[in-house]
Ligand binder design. Structure first.
Ligand SMILES: C[S@@+](CC[C@H](N)C(=O)[O-])C[C@H]1O[C@@H](n2cnc3c(N)ncnc32)[C@H](O)[C@@H]1O
Length: 182
């Protein structure tokens, strides 16, 4: 594991118990804005990458069998598992996902990209686990990823942009669809 990843994981492991208190309001605001424009209710398998303590699942508790929370911080995952005893919490690095190809109907990744040393590798992973023509929802801190950077990165990794905009707080968001690479 690279030094950057190690440090990021240590930070989240060390602060996991306080994460929800600090960020629940901010993250829920992001989910509300995004999911007012996109309906995830009909998907069978949603991979939430960098899911942390499962705040996304908190917002959709009836989707416990649908949302698979993936994160590389065990302590973040443990916090999530305490809230959702029947939830799926999977320890996984976003750059090397432990799934067979084309398994997901939707991949979500909220506020993680700025932590990832090589976002292109991660997006290539997201592309390989998504079914064709299905949707990636990706947000990243605006101060690290402008809309233009997000656009170029997603297109380069084989996605077609459907919508891209800046949320009212912190993040840029892109909703994109997987296309077959040439
Ligand atoms: C700002 S939190 C966002 C958590 C969650 N998506 C949310 O909306 O609350 C970033 C999360 O990404 C995870 N993360 C960072 N880099 C990762 C990587 N390379 N692989 C998997 N998870 C990663 C961290 O452990 C942390 O839980």
């Amino acid at each position: 594991m690279s030094k950057k990843k190690f440090v990021v994981r240590q930070k989240y492991d060390a602060t996991a118990e306080r994460y929800d208190d600090r960020y629940v309001t901010i993250q829920q605001r992001k989910y509300r804005e995004v999911f007012s424009k996109f309906n995830i209710e009909k998907a069978e398998i949603i991979l939430d990458i960098g899911a942390g303590t499962g705040l996304l699942l908190d917002s959709f508790p009836h989707l416990t069998n649908t949302i698979f929370c993936c994160d590389f911080s065990m302590n973040m995952l443990k916090m999530g598992k305490e809230k959702h005893k029947n939830g799926y919490f999977i320890c996984a690095d976003s750059e090397k996902l432990p799934f067979r190809e084309v398994v997901a109907d939707i991949v979500t990744c909220f506020s993680v990209l700025q932590n990832i040393p090589n976002p292109e590798i991660a997006l290539t992973e997201f592309h390989s686990v998504l079914k064709n023509n299905e949707t990636l929802i990706l947000t990243a801190l605006q101060k690290t990823f402008s809309e233009d950077m997000l656009k170029k990165l997603t297109q380069k990794c084989g996605f077609e942009i459907k919508r891209i905009w800046s949320l009212t707080y912190e993040d840029s968001v892109v909703i994109a669809v997987k296309r077959e690479k040439n």
